[in-house]
Design a protein around this ligand. Structure first.
Ligand code: SF4
Length: 352
């Protein structure tokens, strides 16, 4: 890809400090931090959908909220159309151009406001048009997302889950944004309704030339809608690449495990946890040394606990990168001994 991206995320970090007392400071103790997002970088190009996937708690929603400047970043930069969002004095234009659709429309929509008021609120706040113009725009938006203008006076509890998400999407569209962070927009919906909302998002993208960051824990959903996918584990991106490459030729063992946990349509198997991996997800308060995945990786060797892998091209494809030493032919990984039995999963391919 050669064009400049619409969104460039560089070394984004978001830490939460849990214990930061004056006494600890006087004793010279560092405050305890949860490294929710730790050095994440990626680009999103105009008109594309980038999927951001990983288990719950991996930092993907925090990444979306921080890049929108809805949470204060700990470090790094986000460039939107070439300008650093975190250095702007006035975010009004950014707020108009970049919007969000949340996972749970029931909790993200104010239950005391009607659908019309919810969709009109961004227009009111940004002082767009006359009151009559805004009401006309609200009616148009409700119809565009598959509701009717006659539902303008209904409250969120009077809609179904799918309809509520349509209201949330209409609200996100109100200011005619170019970029939308879709934060697990179908996770809370019935499977039958998920496809309808995904189709709506795709239609809106075609019609308005929208660019999406699509956050999900379900890889099967991602395949349906994304052009490229970034995989997150414990606050870091471990793999990024075109969607078909990620599915057909995964470059990171964590991605392999996520793919194995995807429900199989042909067998009717239901969704599962990432049960192919040994061990629990480590705490982001005290992430493992070296490759953060080494405590669960079936291929881990000693070097994996010592050195931090960068994103290496998978099979020479610069657009497909994985943070795993196994992607580098002459890396010392290949001569490194397997990790001690206590530090590695029980079935270790390096033993075979
Ligand atoms: Fe596994 Fe080592 Fe690759 Fe990390 S670098 S994913 S521990 S093989």
């Amino acid at each position: 890809m050669t064009d400049d991206p619409l969104v460039r995320v560089e070394d984004l970090r978001k830490y939460y400090y849990e214990r930061d007392s004056l006494t600890d400071r006087l004793l010279g103790k560092e405050p305890e931090s949860v490294q929710a997002v730790d050095g994440v970088s990626f680009d999103i190009y105009e008109g594309e959908t980038l999927g951001l996937v990983g288990e719950s708690g991996c930092g993907k929603s925090t990444t979306g909220e921080t890049l929108l400047d809805l949470r204060e970043p700990t470090g790094g930069a986000v460039y939107f159309d070439g300008e650093n969002v975190f250095e702007r004095d006035d975010l009004t234009s950014f707020r108009e151009r970049a919007q969000v659709v949340f996972q749970d429309p029931f909790s993200s929509l104010d239950p005391r406001m009607t659908a019309g008021e919810i969709v009109r609120e961004p227009l009111d706040v940004h002082g767009i048009g006359t009151k009559a113009d805004r009401n006309e725009r609200v009616a148009e938006l409700l119809e565009r997302v598959g509701l009717s203008a006659g539902q303008v006076d209904r409250y969120p509890h009077e809609f179904s889950g799918g309809q509520r998400q349509r209201v949330g999407i209409a609200r996100a569209l109100a200011l005619e944004p170019e970029f939308i962070v879709c934060d697990e927009p179908v996770s809370a919906l019935d499977v039958s309704v998920q496809a309808q909302i995904l189709n709506l998002l795709e239609d809106l993208q075609d019609e308005f030339g929208l660019t999406y960051l699509f956050i999900a824990h379900d890889l099967s959903v991602v395949r349906h809608i994304c052009d490229r996918v970034a995989v997150m584990y414990l606050g870091e991106i471990v793999e990024v690449g075109p969607v078909d490459e990620i599915f057909e030729n995964p470059g990171h063992p964590y991605t392999e495990a996520l793919l194995e946990s995807v429900p199989r349509a042909d067998t009717g198997e239901q969704g599962r946890e990432v049960e192919t991996l040994a061990g629990d997800v480590p705490s982001p308060r005290d992430p493992p040394s070296g490759c953060r995945f080494h405590t669960r990786c079936p291929y881990a060797r000693e070097v994996c606990a010592e050195a931090d892998p960068e994103g290496y091209a998978v099979d020479g494809d610069a657009d497909h990168r994985a943070a795993c030493f196994r992607r580098v032919e002459d890396h010392e990984y290949w001569s490194s001994p397997p990790l001690d039995a206590d530090d590695r999963p029980a079935e270790h391919p390096a033993d075979n």
